[in-house]
Design a protein around this ligand. Structure first.
Ligand SMILES: Cc1ncc(COP(=O)(O)O)c(C=O)c1O
Length: 389
């Protein structure tokens, strides 16, 4: 079967990307290789490490299959696979940031990314500065002679501001800085960051690629220029993922296209419906025409996934808790991208710039694969409880 066929549609590529069945006796799926030791045929080969696989931390046919599938989707030169989405953030930052560097991180970043920057990176002597998500080309006003990395995440965690990634990348490259992007929300199906000037694309594969809330994994994909240093950092850190988890994500990728389409369609329909419901002040979903960044989202993204936030019309913790406690289908739990619907209260106390104001409590909704009418009934009960609280 020919690989890397650029003419194939996305679901064909998802179904056939990565491994070639003919490499392993025709079995459709690749072997799950549990490995530390790899044997060499002789001392000379061992001395030069002159064979494809050398040790478990440096890759196996299982990790290669997923990395190749992700490279096809991202258009990247190489992909590393790490044990969680958070590791997919920390490993590239550790690989590229040095003491004395200044790095710019979007203020609406995933909270644990910020925690890593504020603790380990700062302790290592990296100067971390946060910027407004809608800054666009204005980022250049924040550049210093030692600015090395601009870290982006778009749309924003929990509040869904859209960043002008091409404008930011252009300015960053003009001063020799690199751009990293946490692209978990869109997946490579709805945005290919490297096509927009990003150097390193980051994914919590825990979410839509895994898709079943039963595995943690991260992928980091680099362009040609950044790939050797990313791989070097990965090899130095030994932060490799277990083979069963890697396999499960490759398995998840096969159906990600159809799942994502369903998540996206249901989420947008629920977002539109919520906009009309009593007790809702605003819905923060970039595919809604009412979203302030809708035009930017439409310009750069080819679709929307299934997670967004709703702002209740007034109230505080009491109303938020009443809403959440009334839900029967939506589970109260962190993460997203799985088949089941989830709701979490959003706290913006870590932010210094992009913190509102909002009219009332924020609730993040992950729309699963359940039937739409059941989800609406559940959310109606939540809204009624919040209004009554
Ligand atoms: C945007 C984003 N990036 C990274 C992560 C981290 O992924 P993981 O839970 O696999 O560590 C998350 C998890 O919620 C996330 O929302």
């Amino acid at each position: 079967m020919a690989k890397n066929n650029g003419n194939w549609g996305i679901n064909t590529r998802l179904a056939h990307g990565g491994n070639d069945p003919r490499d392993f006796f025709g079995f459709v799926n690749p072997p799950v290789v549990h490995a530390s030791t790899v044997l060499y045929p002789d001392a000379a080969t061992m001395t030069t490490r002159g064979q494809k696989y050398t040790y478990g931390t440096h890759g196996t046919p299982t990790s290669d299959a997923l990395a190749a599938a992700i490279d096809e989707l991202e258009g990247s030169a190489g992909t590393i696979i790490v044990p969680s989405g958070l590791a997919a953030v920390t490993v590239p930052l550790l690989a590229f940031a040095s003491a004395g560097d200044h790095i710019l991180v979007v203020d609406s970043i995933y909270r644990p990314t910020r925690h890593f920057c504020d603790t380990m990176l700062k302790r290592m002597g990296v100067d971390v500065e946060y910027y407004e998500p809608r800054i666009g080309a204005g980022i250049k006003a924040l550049f210093r002679p030692n600015t090395r990395i601009v870290f982006t995440e778009s749309p924003a965690s929990n509040t869904y501001e859209v960043q002008d990634i091409p404008a930011i990348s252009k300015e960053a490259h003009a001063i020799g800085a690199m751009v990293m992007m946490d692209n978990t929300w869109a997946t490579p199906l709805y945005l290919r960051p490297l096509d927009h000037g990003v150097d390193i694309s980051i994914h919590a594969a825990t979410k839509y690629p895994g898709g079943h809330s039963d595995v943690l994994l991260g992928t980091v994909s680099a362009n040609e220029a950044c790939w050797p240093k990313l791989l070097g950092g990965f090899d130095a850190l030994g932060c490799c993922a277990g083979p069963n988890d890697v396999y499960q994500v490759l398995r998840g990728l096969r159906t990600m296209g159809v799942r994502l389409e369903h998540h996206g369609k249901n989420a947008l329909e629920i977002a539109r419906w919520l906009e009309t419901e009593a007790g809702v002040a605003r819905v923060l979903h970039p595919a809604l025409e009412s979203h302030p960044d809708h035009a930017l989202w439409k310009r750069d993204f080819s679709g929307a996934s299934g997670v967004f936030s709703v702002v209740l019309a007034g109230g505080g913790q009491k109303q938020a808790h009443a809403f959440l406690d009334a839900l029967k289908i939506f589970g109260l739990g962190y993460s997203w991208g799985g088949y089941e619907s989830l709701a979490v209260p959003v706290f913006l106390d870590d932010r210094t710039i992009a913190k509102g104001p909002y009219e009332g409590p924020l609730i993040r909704l992950q729309i699963g694969l359940e039937d739409l009418e059941d989800l609406k009934t559940d959310l109606s009960a939540g809204l009624a409880a919040a209004r009554a609280a």
